[in-house]
Design a protein around this ligand. Structure first.
Ligand SMILES: *Cc1c(COP(=O)(O)O)cnc(C)c1O
Length: 396
């Protein structure tokens, strides 16, 4: 059976070129970049080339790029740095949104325990933060605004340029978790007035366990890891050279093919949305237009997302319900709750994040399969029976 991988928001398959880079680094450039002899310097050179490439991709200066172990570490370091800088000036208020990734939300919870105050903005029914609400929330003691570029569950793209402009005017630092965006949609830290940005290689066909943090030169970073003087003294530990090199290759490819990929994905995404909308008592989660080219997220009333996933897997379709981090717990996704879905409806969610090589036939197969499985699950669902008999009212 052919497998359709439709969970690219969880992770992506490494590209062949990214794998080749990784292998050749392990075989040939295996030196420690801090060593002064040939092998070390060759590795060091690769690191600096990648740093330049990444800086070019997001319109930053290479000195503003710090390699990390991934998106979570970058989020933690960005937020803690801005918070502790603020605290030195007596500013201990942070603004974020209700549907950020847990790497952001849990870091904010930690800061609350340290005495910081956090305002979580509403993301409304369409899953988008309103810039004027950011402006209204900014106070004298606000030190940081952290709003993601694109949401990992419902794919909605935030007005980060407008938010960045407001933050710049109000002299408040702006961090964005761009893990779902880098390599998929254009980002320009200058035009968008971004001070801190997080990214992760495994979300753009690079390897897991490697990412980067962009930090404007004026922002003094706090170390999460103490030790040697790697990464300008801001992130100790011998660099993951094969991973970093491979990330560089993956990002270069993603940037080169961005226009083409996004055009194809948008057509495929909209075909999938159109098909799934035909299922009665279903609803698309998040804005239909301001969303990542590959993201489709639906709620189907009267079913359990987990059962839907298992049956789709039997049909060769690998998808997700909520985020990988929350599956295993029975709580519905905080993202779906944030856009106002009630518990019962949020439980029947399905996220399909398609890859660049998806075909029209595969999309049609997915539509037919989801239709069939939803119908089957509803045929013996007591919740559905109550809805149909009018015992409980339909919500969707
Ligand atoms: C995947 C993801 C992260 C975490 O990145 P890791 O590299 O897996 O630590 C953070 N934020 C968002 C939006 C993500 O999608």
């Amino acid at each position: 059976m052919k497998v359709i991988y439709a969970d690219n928001a969880a992770t992506t398959k490494m590209s062949d070129a990214a794998i080749q880079t990784m292998l050749s680094m392990m075989q040939e450039s295996w030196g420690n970049p801090s060593s002064l002899y040939g092998h070390g310097q060759a590795a060091k050179e690769v690191l600096e080339k990648v740093r330049e490439g990444i800086a070019f991709a997001i319109h930053a200066d290479p000195r503003e790029i710090l390699f990390t172990s991934g998106g979570s570490e970058a989020d933690n370091q960005a937020i803690l740095s801005a918070a502790y800088l603020g605290r030195r000036n007596g500013k201990m208020h942070i603004i974020s949104s209700a549907f950020e990734h847990h790497a952001v939300l849990h870091t904010l919870e930690k800061l609350e325990k340290e005495g910081f105050e956090v305002t979580l903005l509403d993301v409304h029914e369409n899953g988008i933060v309103i810039p004027s609400e950011v402006e209204e929330a900014i106070r004298e003691d606000t030190c940081l605004v952290t709003i993601m570029t694109a949401n990992n569950e419902i794919g909605t793209i935030q007005p980060i340029r407008e938010i960045g402009k407001i933050c710049r005017e109000k002299k408040v630092l702006f961090h964005t978790d761009a893990v779902q965006a880098v390599g998929h949609i254009p980002i320009d830290v200058e035009e968008d007035n971004i001070d801190l940005l997080s990214a992760s290689a495994h979300k753009f066909h690079g390897p897991k366990g490697v990412g980067f943090l962009y930090a404007r030169r004026s922002v003094r970073l706090t170390n999460l890891i103490e030790g040697g003087a790697q990464e300008r003294g801001k992130r100790a530990g011998t660099e993951n050279v094969p991973g970093i090199a491979s990330m560089g290759t993956a990002l270069q490819e993603a940037m080169a093919k961005m226009g083409e990929n996004s055009a194809h994905l948008t057509v495929m995404r909209d075909r999938l949305i159109k098909g799934l909308k035909e299922i009665p008592h279903s609803a698309l989660n998040g804005d239909a237009e301001k969303r990542l080219p590959g993201n489709v997220n639906f709620c189907f009333e009267g079913i359990e997302g987990e059962s839907l996933l298992l049956l789709l897997d039997d049909k060769g379709i690998q998808a997700s319900s909520g985020s990988a981090c929350t599956s295993g717990s029975l709580d519905p996704s905080h993202v779906l709750l944030a856009i106002g879905r009630v518990h019962d409806v949020a439980h029947g969610s399905l996220r399909l994040t398609i890859g660049e090589d998806i075909t029209e036939e595969e999309i049609d197969y997915m539509i037919a399969s989801v239709k069939e499985v939803v119908e089957y699950l509803r045929s013996f669902s007591p919740v559905w029976r109550d809805l149909v008999s009018g015992k409980t009212p339909f919500i969707l």
